[in-house]
Design a protein around this ligand. Sequence first.
Ligand code: RP5
Length: 169
Amino acid sequence: MSTVTIIMGSKSDLPVLKGAFDTLKEFGIDCEGRILSAHRTPDAAAELAKNAEANGTKVLICAAGMAAHLAGVIAGHTVLPVIGIPMASAPFNGLDSLLAMVQMPPGIPVATVTAGNAGGKNAALLAIQMLALSNPELIQKLKDFRVKQAEKVLADDKVLRESGYTTLI
Ligand code: RP5
C-alpha cells in the first residue's frame, strides 16, 4: 500500500479527486486510489482500514457523498489520520455529505475539508502537511508552494490594477 490511500465511495467521485492525485504527485508522495463504499462494500472498506497501518499507509483520504459515512467508518477501524472530502451530491448539493462527515461522535475524529472540487486539493495538502511533520524536505516544498501561490495572486492583482480594473479574462 502507498503512503497516502485515497478511498472514494463511487466511481462518480473520481473527477473531484483529480486535484488530490495531482497535488500528491506534485509533492512526490506515493498514493493509490480505491473505490470502496461504507454501504455497498462494507466488509472490503473495513478490511482496508484495519490493514492500512500494517501496510505502511500514513494518511487516509476518504471522499463520499449523500449519507457520507465512508470517512467515519474507515476512521473507526484505524488510528491513522483520516481526512474526509464531502462530495457535492444531488439533491442537497453536498450539505447532506458535509453534515454526515463533520458530525463525528467524540472519540473518532475525521478532518473534514472543503466540500466539492476544491476538497481534493485541500485534502492532499493537509495530508502532505501531516507527513511534513517528520520530513523537513516536505516542509520546504510546502513553503515553496505557498510562495508560488502568493506570487500568482499578486501577479493577477498587478494585471487587474494595470488594466484599469477591467476583467482579467
Ligand atoms: C456515495 O454515494 C458516493 O461516494 C457518491 O458520492 C454517492 C453516489 O454514488 P453513485 O450513485 O454515483 O455510485 O456513496
